[in-house]
Design a protein around this ligand. Structure first.
Ligand code: ADP
Ligand code: MG
Length: 151
């Protein structure tokens, strides 16, 4: 497993960084996003969507759990916060093994369903406009991408 860190100084920088990541993602990729409320998980996801060619505006899916977007590949944005203390399975494995790219906010709530090969992202609040983004690549594919985007 390879670990990388990147510091963002604004929401725009976070989105631009995520967009670069999004450009490099491919069918079947799974990303997890952890971080406190307001850390920037959804902001990051908006940038990812751009990099994946999603034209629609991406908003927080808190009340729907899974939102699907059309990009150069299907893009599934999940926020499983509401599944805390529940072992409900909404068919996650089918999404993770499918042809889309999945990003899961609060992924530790559905740990048992996550694939082993994935990119784990943690966003840490430093101050009002600064965030530290930690990237843990759980496969060679993701380690390669991290090396490319962190120059
Ligand atoms: P989460 O989904 O983690 O709850 P959001 O992305 O919804 O967080 O909200 C993050 C908030 O923090 C937004 O209002 C955003 O504008 C602000 N923000 C300030 N600086 C940054 C930064 N460097 N990166 C991401 N968001 C930032
Ligand atoms: Mg959010």
């Amino acid at each position: 497993m390879a670990r990388y860190e990147w510091i963002s100084s604004s929401p725009e920088e976070t989105m631009a960084f995520a967009e670069e990541l999004g450009h490099r993602l491919q069918s079947g990729d799974v990303l997890t996003l952890e971080g406190d409320l307001g850390a920037g998980k959804t902001t990051f996801t908006k940038g990812l969507g751009r990099g994946l060619g999603v034209k629609r505006t991406i908003n927080s899916p808190t009340f729907t759990i899974i939102k699907e977007y059309v990009g150069r590949v299907p893009f599934y944005h999940m926020d499983v916060y509401r599944l805390e203390d529940s072992d409900e399975d909404l068919g996650f494995e089918e999404y993770f093994e499918g042809d889309g790219v999945c990003v899961v906010e609060w992924a530790h709530f559905i740990e048992e369903f996550l694939p082993k090969e994935r990119l784990d992202l943690t966003i840490k609040y430093s101050d009002e406009t600064r965030r530290t983004i930690i990237l843990e690549a759980k496969s060679g594919h993701f380690a390669e991408i991290c090396k490319e985007i962190i120059k």
